[in-house]
Structure formats: structure tokens, C-alpha cells
Design a protein around this ligand. Structure first.
Ligand code: ZN
Length: 133
């Protein structure tokens, strides 16, 4: 894996969380985007080379809504950039990791994504993402 691409933070209210993080980082939200496949609305901020993705649930049955109900607001996932997501998924499968999807999905920010179950990564939801050129 190449680097941490972003850190995902689950929030109740994207708008107010966006304002808080704009103040915190002293940087504007540069993009908001709905990701239907994940049932979320996202907002992105950048601090130097590092990105923060704020996530608000679009419906009560979205995975982020379930996360918020169970754990409250906070760090939701860590995303790693990969060059070849299919190869990386196969490698992780061979290593015994549980993947949450069999095929890469279209994620936010023009990325192909796949999630690794927190059970197989010491309680952390891990996202793999590959930029679509
Ligand atoms: Zn993410």
C-alpha cells in the first residue's frame, strides 16, 4: 500500500462538522459528494498532503448510521491508497483478511474502493482506494 489516503470521520451533521473542521484545520471544505453505494454524504478537507473525509448517513440503514448509533461520532475508517486494487484485494484474501465487498466499488472522490472488515484488522475498518484516472 502506498500511503494513508484519508481518514474517515462519522458525524451526525455534515454541515456543522464541516464548519468545525474548517476552523480546526484552517482550510475550507473543498468538495462535498453523495455516495449512494455507501449511503453517505461526504465532505473533504485537506491539510498539507493529508485528507479528512467527513461522513453523514443518508438514511437510517446506512452503515454509517449504524456506526453512529453504536459508537457515536468519531474515526470511522482509515483509507490506504493502492495502485492495483484488485491485486491488493486478492493479496489480502490470500492472507486471510475478510473483505466487505468481492469487487471494487465506486466510492467518493473518483475512487475505486474496497473495505476490510474491522474484525480482521484489530477493530479498524480499513478502506483500500485506487484513483480512477
Ligand atoms: Zn473513505
Amino acid at each position: 500500500m502506498n500511503k494513508i489516503e484519508h481518514i474517515g470521520i462519522a458525524v451526525h451533521d455534515l454541515k456543522s462538522a464541516g464548519i468545525t473542521y474548517e476552523k480546526l484545520l484552517n482550510m475550507p471544505v473543498y468538495k462535498t459528494e453523495e455516495v449512494a453505494s455507501e449511503g453517505v454524504k461526504t465532505a473533504f478537507l485537506q491539510a498539507g498532503p493529508n485528507k479528512i473525509e467527513l461522513l453523514e448517513a443518508l438514511s437510517d440503514d446506512s452503515p454509517v448510521a449504524k456506526f453512529l448509533a453504536k459508537k457515536g461520532e468519531g474515526i470511522h475508517h482509515i483509507a490506504f491508497e493502492v495502485t492495483d486494487i484488485k491485486a491488493e484485494m486478492q493479496r489480502l484474501k490470500n492472507e486471510g483478511f475478510i473483505l466487505l465487498n468481492d469487487e471494487p466499488k465506486l466510492g467518493a472522490d473518483n475512487k475505486l474502493v474496497c473495505f476490510v472488515h474491522p474484525k480482521s484488522a484489530n477493530g479498524v475498518l480499513v478502506e483500500l482506494c485506487q484513483s480512477i484516472s
